[in-house]
Design a binder for this molecule. Structure first.
Ligand code: GLN
Length: 551
């Protein structure tokens, strides 16, 4: 196993995740199997209890792991399936060590940060790197290890110390350290000082990077590369320019042109074939020339931080790529719809499609219901995910089935018609990891309608009878209302394996009105869009009928 460790300096939000994923994509194009580990130095055991406002979206894995959104970047770029152990946090490591100490595993020794925590980190990396994550189920050749935060943070220092030791544990020929930095351009001059300081900090910890990725608004000049080389103890060829490009899918191409694969090979000595990025390259190059635009409106409650909806945005983009359209994404705060803010309603009316993503808590739910109602009545393409699905159900019960006071007990515990309610098996007191989480089965149990047509959703999933998607919720459609809703016209086409839990709703006769209790956005890929998102964009661009006929 070869380990490529990536650290970052200067500022966060540099696009370290995209740079690393792109390096992985390039190595895959050279015939290697690649896996990835993300280290988050915070004390939370996982991201499940963190506010999307503070930390961006919580990414959900097949095994129910609630993790940092960077794992989503890896899964999407590298087309791999990670487990919760691929996200290492300080909380997880300490919890593990403390449990061992309580069991008496340390045989009376004083348990210390060095060596016990540092050893635990190294054991963890070595163990998890071997877990197969690619489609073929084979062990990876290369493991990318991203250290979150920036070099110099107090909380990441123990991880850097563990990695310093790790290079000797696995052998220096199996270990490569890289550093992602920022080269700001001030008065047309490319500034190298922040990079110099970042590398100096790293070297003071006994770690010396072999490759430096420089994020910048413009391509790095040769003198800039030379200067970084002089001050940072790397050859100038190993200073790579990761400047802004037209779209993120071009980053692997950018790294290829700078021979990153050969630089890695020179140190890590793996067998490489010459890179073939295939369809990826065509996609990355073609998409900048598309002229048609599709306007989609996202109605949410965390719209102040777009990272809160990262996988939703990515899924819309993947679907827009498949429809060969540029995506024009408009943001609307759900509460603005409740308050009749004209600008917000104008966006909803103008958009070619509406997406209502998941969410928790009262604020904005009524606005989401108004959006669902508007789309139902005006035949506007609509996709509701998780809470957006629950909004569809509540809206239909209130306004079509005339169940006055219908609501979810999440928002009104004494609602007259509790059409969405708390799932019986869910823990009410402990927050972390206690929702219905991860990959679960959905069966298309009611796929044909009175007019003989087949569920659009089922067709979009390639007419499969059974699908697996990822979940994260505490509330569900109340089984007592299911028959009434279904017979009343909102078809509950997909259900779990017991038939008791509703997973997909669809309104026949509407161009596209779909809700899913699960989160399809977590399994979308640039070259394989998630079916419900694909459906939304096909409907929004007027291509859905043609697509379904072509199947
Ligand atoms: N709050 C809702 C529930 O827990 C929806 C969750 C979500 O949208 N992820 O069921």
């Amino acid at each position: 196993m070869k380990y490529i460790v990536v650290t970052g300096g200067v500022v966060s939000g540099l696009g370290k995740g995209v740079t690393i994923s792109s390096m992985g994509r390039l190595l895959q194009a050279c015939g290697l199997r690649v896996t990835a580990i993300k280290i988050d130095p915070y004390l939370n055991v996982d991201a499940g209890t963190m506010s999307p406002f503070e930390h961006g979206e919580v990414f959900v894995l097949d095994d129910g792991g609630e993790t940092d959104l960077d794992l989503g970047n890896y899964e999407r770029f590298l087309n791999i399936h990670l487990s919760q152990d691929h996200n290492i946090t300080t909380g997880k490591i300490y919890r593990h060590v403390i449990l061992k100490e309580r069991r008496g595993d340390y045989l009376g020794k004083t348990v210390q940060v060095v060596p016990h925590i540092t050893n635990e980190i190294q054991d963890w990396i070595e163990r998890v790197a071997k877990i197969p994550t690619s489609e073929d189920g084979k062990e990876a050749d290369v493991c990318l290890v991203e250290v979150g935060g920036t070099v110099g943070d107090i909380e990441s220092s123990v991880f850097l110390e563990a990695l310093r030791q790790f290079q000797f544990r696995v052998g220096t020929e199996n270990f490569l350290l890289s550093f992602v930095s920022l080269v700001p351009v001030i008065s047309e001059e490319q500034k190298t000082k922040p990079t110099q300081h970042g590398v100096k900090d790293l070297r003071s910890l006994g770690l010396s990077p072999s490759i430096i990725f420089c994020r910048s608004t413009e391509e790095l000049s040769e003198p800039t590369k030379q200067k970084i080389s002089d001050f940072c103890h790397v050859p100038a060829n190993n200073v790579l320019s990761v400047h802004d490009v037209k779209n993120i899918y071009q980053v692997p191409l950018l790294l290829e042109t700078q021979n990153l694969h050969q630089l890695l090979q020179a140190q890590l000595k793996f067998d490489l074939k010459s890179p073939d990025l295939g369809n990826w390259k065509t996609m990355a190059n073609n998409m900048s020339s598309w002229t048609d635009t599709v306007q989609i409106c996202l109605i949410g409650k965390y719209t102040g931080l777009q990272d809160s909806y990262l996988s939703i945005i990515k899924s819309l983009r993947h679907a827009a790529i498949a429809c060969e359209h540029k995506l024009d994404l408009q943001w609307v705060e759900a509460t603005d719809l409740e308050n009749n803010v004209d600008e917000a309603w104008d966006k909803v009316k103008k958009a070619q499609g509406i997406i209502v993503p998941g969410g928790f808590g009262n604020r904005g739910f009524e606005g989401k219901i108004l959006a669902a109602q508007y789309c139902r009545e005006n035949k506007k393409p609509y996709l509701g995910v998780c809470l957006g699905f629950q909004a569809v159900v509540v809206e239909y019960c209130r306004n079509v089935l005339n169940l006055e006071g219908a609501n979810s007990t999440e928002f009104d515990e004494s609602a007259k018609h509790q059409v969405v309610f708390f799932m019986p098996e869910i823990d009410k007191t402990t927050m972390g990891g206690t929702m219905r989480l991860g990959s679960r089965v959905t069966k298309f149990t009611h796929p044909t309608f009175d007019d003989g047509s087949i569920s659009i959703t089922k067709q979009l999933y390639g007419n499969k009878d059974v699908i697996h998607e990822r979940h994260r919720h505490r509330y569900e459609v109340n089984p007592e209302y299911v028959d009434q809703i279904h017979e009343g016209g909102l078809k509950l086409v997909g259900r779990d394996e017991t038939g008791e839990r509703m997973e997909v709703a669809e309104l026949p006769g509407h161009p596209y009105y779909v809700g899913a209790q699960y989160h399809p956005e977590f399994k979308s890929r640039p070259l394989a869009p998630s079916p419900p998102f694909h459906g939304l964009l096909l409907a929004a661009t007027g291509k859905l009928d043609g697509y379904l006929k072509s199947l």
